[in-house]
Design a protein around this ligand. Structure first.
Ligand code: MCN
Ligand code: CUN
Length: 795
């Protein structure tokens, strides 16, 4: 375990070094910086047509009739397709990633504003869009269910009457932990604190919206689909099931992706529409959403209404945590999470604390809102879990009159307790929490900040200091209990070293901006000593990469990263045998260092990996039983998740006259085990912290009582810019994962998970003089103003 500040990292001044880890500029940036990235919307095929989708203007209505005749006659229109037409082919409904079904195009009813009702295929995007206006739909408007709290009331309108025998809006129930044991610790606790919290509906809003280009070749029966997907292989299998095509006749290509943040995990009706359109017209067809379509109809995030309860002794020993959750899943359960985890990984709500008992009971409901449920850098609902625990720990500190840092330090799982099994059954692989917390406090100058706060309070100024300490569970996952629609969550990886010692590594995961082309080259470089610049990373093309479940839940490093290290070791093992033949010594007499094998005790007698690659492909005999070539492939099944952790401290100032919150400082100390590229990690953390400011202070997908989405453009759905965020102060500790081959843990979602509670805790801390104990996100000036005046409005 080392504890150092970020600046102690060395920068790779060039990427010709044989050793991989360290700061290295991104290999993908030259093309992005020159505007030469290739996104789905850049794909132009000869004769390509354009598809536009007609969406429901209302949240809940029966479809009485659809008249497409005028649209069909409109210039340039090649086809107009309705749900009824899809139903004839058995394609009106598709499976979701959570074993629910979702309408591709509505046949009976529309169930949320923005739902897909019909599509037009035309010669260009504008003709297609214009023709939408000519489709005449008669709706019989029904009462919608917008507030999840009313979804199960007797007499609530029934949303999912398409499901056999369904009589209410209940989606699922879920529980974890030990109810009786938790009741027992709550009964004997000195102090019990309870707090209602809402994690509002938010949206990942990536820069590039979702879209696809489908190209079905009727002659060879092959479908090529360029699409914005974080999981090309999983999508391909789903299309194969829906369309009845064999997988080798479907090629899913996910080219450069302009951000995903979870938005590009689900399969959207638009992708299926594009495929159908290409089959029907015999031409390539492009569909690209606009911003409003993205915001109103694609995978939202959060929407958890939670009650948190925490029990403790008077001196601040936390005994138990209990929570009750009402989860709003929208009109269809399109949640992307391992199927046996309907609430994602919310089960880690016990956080970083060694407690005696925990229990969660959850009810999920359908409402007339867009489907989804897991997205936006959530690590499968760990965002909600961390928010819950870190908020109620602060409420407890307030009740006990104890410093929130001290309360956390007192209750941390201790280093010698790892691997630690939580009261909800999660096995934290490794952790050393106190040094991480102490480093954050030192970087913040915590005691000094508290003194400053006291002085300011005396002058009537509002300054707040908020802490959040998180443990995440990332890297889904062991195939014994994790799968998506029956597909185990293991990842394939292939490595091929060419005769001249250059290499290509093929991944099953897919980058949306995380820099995989760089970091995976670094992982392989570290293992086989070929410089990262000489290693090409291929991903995002199902015809040319091995099967695996894709990028989400920060699983690329924990799963595919492990696969990349192990496949490189497999190649190195073969290289060692070839080297033993070249140097005419036994394998046991060889030592490996920085890209070369040398004879033990004789560093001068050596062969480099490049020499070996040439020999593997060249003339002359290879050792007995060794085939030519230098390549390997593996499929890696992780034995456990990895559990990164972090300590975040936020300092805010609030203008007492306008209630505007400004984030003055933010200190983030992350521990993601072995660090492959600190520069990329820092970028991931900066981005996630910015997301956190957005969620804590600005972002919310709200609806009016009729179900109209009030956040349908970036004028209304506010996302932060550099003006709203401070200069981030980052640090790190390193606690390697014991089961990961290079000790690395995921980090891509850590900052989004950890930062909202730190910011909210800071705002609430600033508002202490007003007797405020909690206020719900987003803490806009009007929310803060209300909190200051003791009038918490329901969100
Ligand atoms: N990394 C590292 N050392 C570690 C851990 C990670 O150098 N110990 C590097 C990795 O090699 C990788 C990056 O950090 O280049 C993120 O790695 P990881 O934590 O494994 O996460 P994934 O690559 O699986 O990315 C997914 C994660 C998720 S789920 C969301 S949501 C999110 C996020 O990444 N979406 C993003 N970060 C994003 N960043 C960008 N730019 N765009 C998105 O859409
Ligand atoms: Cu939850 S958003 Mo990321 O897992 O793709």
């Amino acid at each position: 375990m080392t504890t150092t500040h970020e600046r102690a990292d060395t920068f790779h001044d060039n990427d010709q070094k044989p050793v991989g880890y360290g700061r290295m500029l991104r290999k993908e940036d030259p093309r992005f910086l020159r505007g030469r990235g290739r996104y789905v919307d850049d794909v132009q095929l000869p004769g390509m047509l354009h598809l536009a989708i007609l969406r429901s203007p209302v949240a809940h209505a029966r479809i009485v009739s659809i008249d497409t005749s005028v649209a069909e006659a409109s210039p340039g229109v090649r086809a107009v397709v309705t749900g009824a037409a899809l139903a004839q082919q058995g394609l009106a409904w598709m499976p979701t990633l959570s074993n629910d079904v979702q309408a591709v195009l509505a046949t009976d009813k529309v169930r949320f504003q923005g739902q897909e009702v019909a599509f037009v295929v035309a010669d260009d995007r504008y003709l297609a869009r214009d023709a939408l206006e000519l489709i005449d739909v008669e709706y019989d408007v029904l009462d919608p269910v917008i507030d999840a709290r009313r979804a199960l009331e007797p007499g609530a309108p029934l949303i999912r009457d398409d499901l056999d025998g369904k009589t209410n809006n209940h989606c699922f129930d879920w529980e974890t932990g030990d109810e009786a044991a938790t009741e027992e610790v709550f009964a004997r606790a000195d102090v019990v604190v309870s707090q209602d919290l809402v994690y509002p509906r938010v949206h990942p809003a990536p820069m590039e919206t979702c879209g696809a280009v489908a190209d079905y070749d009727a002659v060879d029966g092959k479908l090529r689909l360029w699409s914005t997907t974080q999981a090309p292989h999983a999508h391909r299998t789903l299309y194969a099931i829906v369309a009845g095509l064999p997988e080798h006749k479907i090629q899913v290509i996910s080219p450069d992706i302009g951000g995903g943040f979870g938005n590009k995990v689900p399969i959207y009706p638009g992708y299926v529409c594009a495929i159908v359109a290409s089959i029907v017209t015999g031409k390539p067809v492009k569909w690209m959403e606009d911003r409003s379509e993205n915001l109103i109809s694609t995978g939202f995030a959060r929407d958890y209404i939670m009650r948190g309860e925490i029990a403790a002794t008077r001196d601040g020993r936390i005994l138990g945590i209990r929570t009750n959750v009402l989860a709003d899943h929208g009109a269809f359960n399109g949640t992307a999470a391992p199927v046996r985890y309907p609430a994602g990984f919310f089960g880690v709500f016990t956080g970083s604390y060694d407690i005696e008992a925990a229990y969660c009971k959850m009810t999920a409901v359908y409402t007339n809102k867009a489907p989804g449920g897991v997205a936006y850098a959530c690590s499968f609902r760990i965002t909600e879990a961390v928010y819950l625990v870190e908020r109620i720990v602060d409420c407890l500190a307030d009740e006990l009159g104890m410093d929130p840092a001290e309360l956390r330090l007192k209750n941390f799982i201790r280093p010698e307790q790892f691997p630690y099994t939580t009261k909800t059954g999660w096995v934290y692989d490794s952790g050393n929490y106190e040094p991480t917390m102490r480093l954050a406090m030192e970087m913040a100058g915590y005691d000094e900040l508290r003194r400053e706060q006291e002085e300011k309070r005396a002058r009537g100024e509002l300054m707040g200091i908020g802490i959040a300490f998180f443990t995440e569970a990332v890297g889904a996952g062991p195939r014994k209990n994790m799968d998506i629609l029956g597909l185990g969550m293991a990842d394939g990886c292939e490595l091929r070293v060419h005769p001249t010692g250059k290499a290509v590594v093929r991944l099953s995961v897919q980058s949306q901006g995380q820099g995989h082309e760089t970091t995976f080259a670094q992982i392989v470089a570290e293992e086989i000593g070929i410089p990262p610049a000489d290693i090409e990373v291929l991903h995002g093309d199902t015809d040319n990469t091995p099967f695996g479940l894709g990028t989400y839940g920060s699983r690329s490093t924990p799963v595919s990263g492990a696969a990349a290290a192990l496949v490189a070791r497999k190649v190195r093992d073969k290289a060692r045998i070839i080297a033993s033949g070249m140097l005419e010594v036994s394998v046991a007499d060889l030592e490996w260092e920085k890209g070369a094998f040398h004879v033990k005790g004789d560093p001068g007698t050596s062969v480099t990996i490049q020499d070996i690659a040439l020999r593997a492909h060249g003339a002359g005999d290879l050792p007995e039983g060794i085939e030519g070539g230098l390549e390997a492939q593996i499929c890696y099944n992780p034995s456990n998740l990895t559990y990164p952790h972090g300590a975040y401290i936020c300092v805010v100032d609030i203008d007492p006259g306008t209630a505007q919150v400004s984030v003055r400082r933010f200190i983030a100390v992350d521990d993601c085990g072995t660090r492959i590229n600190p520069m990329i990690i820092e970028g991931q953390v900066h981005g996630g912290l910015t997301d956190g400011v957005g969620m804590a202070l600005m972002e919310m997908i709200a609806f009016d009582e009729d179900g109209n989405c009030l956040g349908a453009s970036l004028m209304d759905y506010l996302i932060p810019t550099s003006l709203e965020v401070p200069d981030w102060e980052t640090g790190f500790t390193v606690t390697p994962s014991p089961h990961h081959p290079i000790g690395a843990k995921g980090v891509g979602e850590s900052a989004t998970v950890g930062s909202p509670p730190a910011i909210v805790n800071a705002v609430v801390d600033a508002l202490k003089p007003f007797g405020v104990r909690h206020a719900d996100m987003p803490l806009t000036p009007s929310r803060v103003w209300d909190a200051m005046r003791g009038q918490a409005r329901p969100p």
